[in-house]
Design a protein around this ligand. Structure first.
Ligand code: NAG
Ligand code: NAG
Ligand code: NAG
Length: 413
């Protein structure tokens, strides 16, 4: 019995072996066909990546599912601090969610004057707004007249040394102190020789951030003055971001606002062509010259990292990685090339960056052959702030005579 059983099994196996080979062959064939199809689809998708944008939308993280997205926002856009990139994010979010913006008549709220609620376009028609984010010299009591009590206040700071260099290049022609100096090296060597308080455009030349925050940049530095300034800012702003740690800043902001990852993904806007790095001694001089701003920066750099600590270092690393991967994905979907280009290489008028002074402000080229919805989203991500402000203006005041092409007076800064 046993012998026969074994023999039978042997026979079955002999029968099975060629059969197995056949199955294996069929499988191989199926796999090859599959592989080929995927490749074909791959090349097809490159031509029209419409669904990718939506399909790639990452799953919300747990915190996003349990909190409620904030939509009452005050952003103090300081100058030369990557504020334009933050502004793009706010413009997009407000645009998509039909939020109302407190808009300036033109492009800024009569800067460098202190903000007044009457500077907001159509303020008499509307008691409150959702978002206030365009250039102003901050003035809390006036801001409060327009913004809901539960508004989230945030701003962004930068090391005053690199900020000063950027400011010098950008505002060379408008600041009296910068105009008088033959070059930046000279200005750094003897700033007080060129700088007179109150002369035209000099808010750009000393304690620029202190000024934008509504404080007096010419107060002689002492610890108690600096502390009082910092205290006021801490009581007003829920979050102070740092340009040097932009991605970490976006993660903290996303968490506080309870927004999705895609809401805080941006491409760098309003950048200029590379400049030469500062020497160590120049950095020290600039920080000393801008002592109030430096005090501010050191303080908020410390509290920033305390926040990161509370958020969790590892969690921060993971979130920053997610953000960068997503930025990379969207860049591959949306953009021609991986670097911003000069304005003259951007044919599309609506996304060409505004040029100011002698600097070359760079922008992005959006791929042409995209499915309309995808392309619209891509274009939004690279629309310069002045243009986007016009779009929002047209949406809120349809048919009204908007500032339009009169960009010469109040530029993007
Ligand atoms: C800056 O100007 C000073 C005074 O005119 C001149 O001596 C110096 O060579 C200039 N430096 C640079 C880097 O151009
Ligand atoms: C600091 O400066 C302010 C304003 O200039 C002045 O009123 C105050 O007395 C100074 N405090 C100290 C401790 O020097
Ligand atoms: C900001 O804080 C970080 C972390 O403590 C530190 O590494 C960095 O040197 C600080 N930056 C400045 C400009 O002080």
């Amino acid at each position: 019995m046993v012998v026969r059983k074994i023999r039978r099994e042997k026979r079955t196996m002999r029968f099975l072996q060629p059969c197995r080979l056949l199955i294996l062959g069929i499988w191989l064939l199926v796999l090859m066909v599959l592989g080929f199809t995927i490749q074909l689809m791959g090349t097809h998708c490159q031509k029209s990546p419409p669904q990718i944008l939506i399909a790639l939308r990452p799953l919300p993280s747990p915190s996003e599912q349990t909190c409620r997205p904030k939509s009452h926002i005050v952003f103090l856009k300081t100058h030369k601090t990557a504020g334009s990139t933050v502004l793009n994010m706010l413009h997009r979010y407000g645009d998509r969610n039909s939020l109302t913006f407190a808009l300036p008549q033109k492009y800024q709220f009569y800067y460098p004057n202190l903000f007044k609620h009457q500077y907001v376009k159509g303020y008499y028609m509307k008691p409150t707004y959702d978002i206030l984010c365009h250039h102003m010299r901050f003035n809390l009591p006036e801001v409060r007249k327009l913004m809901p009590a539960d508004s989230f206040y945030f701003t962004i700071l930068r090391d005053p040394a690199t900020l000063a260099e950027s400011s010098f290049s950008y505002y060379r022609s408008v600041s009296s102190a910068f105009k008088k100096a033959p070059n930046f090296t000279e200005f750094i060597a003897h700033p007080s020789h060129y700088y007179k308080p109150g002369e035209k455009g000099n808010q750009h030349a000393r304690n620029f951030q202190w000024f934008d925050l509504g404080l007096n940049p010419d107060t002689p530095f002492n610890e108690s003055v600096a502390k009082a300034g910092v205290g006021g800012i801490e009581r007003t702003f829920h979050l102070v971001l740092l340009s040097e740690y932009f991605d970490e800043s976006m993660v903290l902001l996303k968490e506080e606002l309870c927004w999705d990852l895609d809401d805080v993904v941006t491409f760098k806007l309003n950048t200029r062509e590379a400049s030469t790095p500062l020497e160590k001694r120049e950095v020290e001089r600039l920080r000393a010259w801008n002592a109030l701003d430096w005090y501010l920066y050191v303080h908020f750099n410390r509290t920033f990292w305390e926040k990161v600590e509370r958020f969790g270092r590892e969690r921060m690393d993971t979130e920053v990685r997610r953000l960068r991967e997503r930025r990379q994905e969207l860049a591959e979907i949306c953009l021609e090339g991986s670097n911003p280009v000069r304005a003259d290489q951007i044919r599309e008028e609506g996304i060409r960056p505004y040029q100011f002074g002698k600097l070359k402000i760079l922008g992005w080229v959006v791929k042409r052959d995209l499915e309309p919805d995808t392309r619209a989203r891509c274009v939004q991500m690279v629309t310069p702030e002045l243009r986007y402000k016009d779009i929002l203006d047209e949406k809120q005041f349809p048919g009204a005579d908007i500032a339009g092409s009169d960009l010469s007076q109040q530029g993007s800064q």
